[in-house]
Write a protein that binds this ligand. Sequence first.
Ligand SMILES: Nc1ncnc2c1ncn2[C@@H]1O[C@H](COP(=O)(O)OP(=O)(O)OP(=O)(O)O)[C@@H](O)[C@H]1O
Ligand SMILES: [Mg+2]
Length: 453
Amino acid sequence: MRLSRYFLPVLKEDPKEAQIVSHRLMLRAGMIKQQAAGIYSWLPLGYKVLRRIEQIVHEEQARAGHIPLLMPTLQPADLWRESGRYDDYGEEMLRVQDRHKRDLLYGPTNEEMITDIFRSHVNSYKDLPLTLYHIQWKFRDEIRPRFGVMRGREFLMKDGYTFDLTRDAALHAYNRHLVSYLRTYERMGLQAIPMRADGGPIGGDYTHEFLVLAETGESEVFYDSQITDLTFGDRQIDYDSVEQCQAVLEEFTSRYARTDETHDEAIFAQVPEERRRTARGIEVGQIFYFGTKYSQAMGATVVGPDGARVPVEMGSHGIGVSRLLGAIIEANHDARGIIWPEGVTPFHVGIVNLKQGDNSTDSACDAIYAELQARGLDPLYDDRDDRAGAKFATMDLIGLPWRITVGPRGLAANKVELTSRRTGETEEMSPKDAIARLEQVYAPVLGLKVQDK
Ligand SMILES: Nc1ncnc2c1ncn2[C@@H]1O[C@H](COP(=O)(O)OP(=O)(O)OP(=O)(O)O)[C@@H](O)[C@H]1O
Ligand SMILES: [Mg+2]
């Protein structure tokens, strides 16, 4: 993309309405525009990151063997009357009527609808296990929408639903989700810690929230500092293996890590004092095993091996896709702007032309731009006729992890500058070497094969 042709409405001033840094930076970098309280348009740069995050979620769901589908945003109220949640959900639910005076609602979640799909089409235990998920907009009429996309009213969520014959199988599905979520967040450059959560009225221990530590987080969290040393890395897990998934769950949940809802001072006191931490966190996902709550209420049963019908065992598993942009920025920024992790950056590299209009500089930039694209990289070329300082400030604000700076003086010696946004380090090298370096950096992200020199 050439910046002269792009739509990147950056703001010079800090917007007054933004209370936290991620909201401020998303507005300043021209990523979102508020249309009503908690309702946003996703401008091109924000939309690009949103799609990268969605893509990672889809890839990791596929790896775990989960199947995508798409359910509508509007749902008939009758389904929710069956489960009893139409009345229970309260004012957070946006209710609407169509022209025939039929009650609809804008879905805040999809347990009822997926259970309806299941009961219409699945009859036998032989069709299990089954995990269906979608990435779809939700609406919750939050009393206090705030912090930009972190607590919106309309927001994008990945929600997946598991169907199994037995409780053990459903718990394996739960563990499988925990493993795949660990991988998913790490690919986005985030450490999201599974913390024991409150099962609410359904009860049970089988729910964990994933929290990203950040001062601006809305949850208070308590944990054993050893937990932050754990990383999932690129281990190969067989998602069908009960033992392997169980082992990961044990590794990542055996140390103390709870939110204020489940915090227990007496148990926390058993953690050695120097390892006890109290902090704040952003909830970026939750996994939940709830058994037959919906299948029983809505008659979603399967014929078991002995010929008897039993209600199917279920769980639901969510990732806050749009909230993740805020969480990633909270965890990755400095005074000059955003610092995208390579896995989610909207563009892989920015090209800054220091002397727009100069024939040799323009053609060197064009050549670098074309070569990066030919190698599967996605560059943003600042080809506007503007001061170098202004171009650098824009690149720093929008947070591309790498910048290639091209000027006539360097080019005379066949050199450009390659700068890391995170460390600020700059190296001089030939355009060819800069391109090769970027190809190497992004190889794991893009799944590219790096060719031998
Ligand atoms: N209002 C919102 N705006 C943006 N993302 C949200 C919002 N509510 C929930 N999410 C995201 O969707 C994920 C799954 O939804 P879930 O039903 O678990 O939310 P929740 O527990 O009600 O969230 P919260 O406690 O933050 O209100 C959450 O982990 C969170 O990341
Ligand atoms: Mg939750």
